[in-house]
Design a binder for this molecule. Structure first.
Ligand code: PLP
Length: 392
């Protein structure tokens, strides 16, 4: 249809002009760290496979065995016939790990946030959300049609002010934040937010997609600062350190029961394939058995940052802020010429003027390659960014 195609072409041209047009690139991950792109073998620092479990033999074997026995798809929503007994096993394991009474698994992390928030929050309620929270927390908050107010990144004082001003006007208030921020790698001040939430009868929800398995002694961001932060809604995903796919919420038994009854993304979406759940259980086994291995991504991120002259990271995610999209794209191309895949992250994924390289470190990255990458970033990428800033 002509008007539709004209609309699409005009939008694409607009994106092209601001270096924000994206394209899918065929990528074949051949191991937990190496991949093939455009006929080249590259060492990836852009996968969230922190423990390289996507390719672990025990994880693959568990999934293959379940696939052979139970078939590919779940066949229906979990509330109909798609609730294989493996779900209960994984939910029990996740709840124990997170020190919660119960857990509910969703089709993905994105679907979890789209389901959880509207199931708990109604129009007329308030959602306070960190300005840098992941897109799917924002999407869940908007879908709930509540009043959505953002607070300055990790600014507990600002959250306190907003609660003082606005809490009384709404029957219920949810505070939503990433546990580990996906594009910056820092950890939310969960203890302080939990104390505020307690004082104002607000419900604290963390998105621990990037925490599980790699911070807080493998248990995630609520456990990152010694004692456990009291977060009644701990959401996360199976798709990063666990190397599988799917999302989850760990919470009280009552909340999880309500979620199973009200979250539309559980009720009206097919259950995950049993093989994926079997793989995730095998991945949890490995993480629980090998905490020293699980500590490697953060240790490697710290080694890299020291050598590159960047601030010490709190998680395996290290951002290198470059400003404009074009600068981030150029840096990414330069690193690719040296055999590294470090994808440029541009608006709207990050705020305007903060385009960056986002590096993720994994257990199996060779130390010598990390050193080579750090030297390149220090001498070629950061040095050039400093020169460009001075010339402005
Ligand atoms: C913070 C955060 N939350 C949620 C998600 C979505 O998880 P999933 O990939 O399982 O949909 C992601 C991943 O992209 C993420 O980074």
């Amino acid at each position: 249809m002509r008007s539709l195609d004209e609309f699409a072409s005009a939008k694409l041209a607009e994106l092209e002009r601001s270096s924000l047009r994206r394209a899918l690139v065929d990528t074949t991950r051949v191991t937990g760290i190496w991949l093939l792109r455009d006929g080249r073998r590259l060492l990836s620092f852009s996968c969230n496979d922190y423990l390289n479990l996507t390719h672990h033999p025990a994880v693959k074997d568990a999934a293959i065995e379940a696939l052979r026995v139970y078939g590919l798809g779940a066949g229906a929503s979990r509330l109909v016939t798609g609730n294989h007994p493996l779900f209960a096993e994984l939910e029990g394991r996740l709840a124990r790990l997170k020190n919660a009474q119960a857990a509910c698994i969703f089709g993905s992390g994105y679907l979890a946030n789209l389901g959880i928030i509207p199931a708990l929050v109604d129009p007329g309620d308030l959602v306070l959300i960190d300005e840098l929270a992941h897109a799917c927390l924002w999407a869940g908050a908007r879908l709930a049609r509540a009043a959505v107010v953002s607070f300055r990144h990790a600014d507990v004082g600002h959250v306190g002010e907003l609660l003082m001003e606005q809490r009384r006007r709404h029957p219920r208030t949810l505070i939503a934040t990433d546990g580990v921020f996906s594009m910056d790698g820092d950890i939310a001040p969960l203890h302080e937010l939990a104390a505020l939430a307690q004082r104002h009868d607000a419900w604290l929800m963390s998105d621990d997609a990037h925490g599980l398995g790699v911070v807080g002694g493998t248990r995630g961001s609520s456990f990152a600062h010694g004692t456990r932060a009291d977060v009644p809604l701990q959401m996360g995903t199976l798709s990063k350190a666990l190397g599988a796919y799917g999302g989850y919420l760990c919470a009280s038994a009552a909340v999880v029961d309500l979620i199973r009854n009200r979250a539309r993304t559980v009720i009206y979406s097919t259950g995950l394939p049993p093989a994926v759940i079997a793989g995730a259980i095998a991945a949890l086994d490995l993480i629980e058995r090998e905490p020293d291995y699980a500590a490697l991504p953060l240790a490697k991120a710290k080694t890299f940052a020291r050598r590159a002259g960047l601030p010490e990271p709190e998680s395996p995610i290290v951002p290198v802020l470059l400003g404009e999209a074009e600068a981030a794209l150029a840096a990414s191309r330069l690193l690719e010429d040296h055999g590294f895949l470090v994808v440029a992250i541009r608006p709207p994924t990050v705020p305007a003027g903060t385009a960056r390289l986002r590096l993720t470190f994994t257990a199996q990255h060779p130390d010598a390659e990390i050193e080579r990458l750090a030297d390149l970033i220090r001498t070629r990428v950061l040095a050039q960014a400093t020169t460009a800033r001075a010339a402005q």
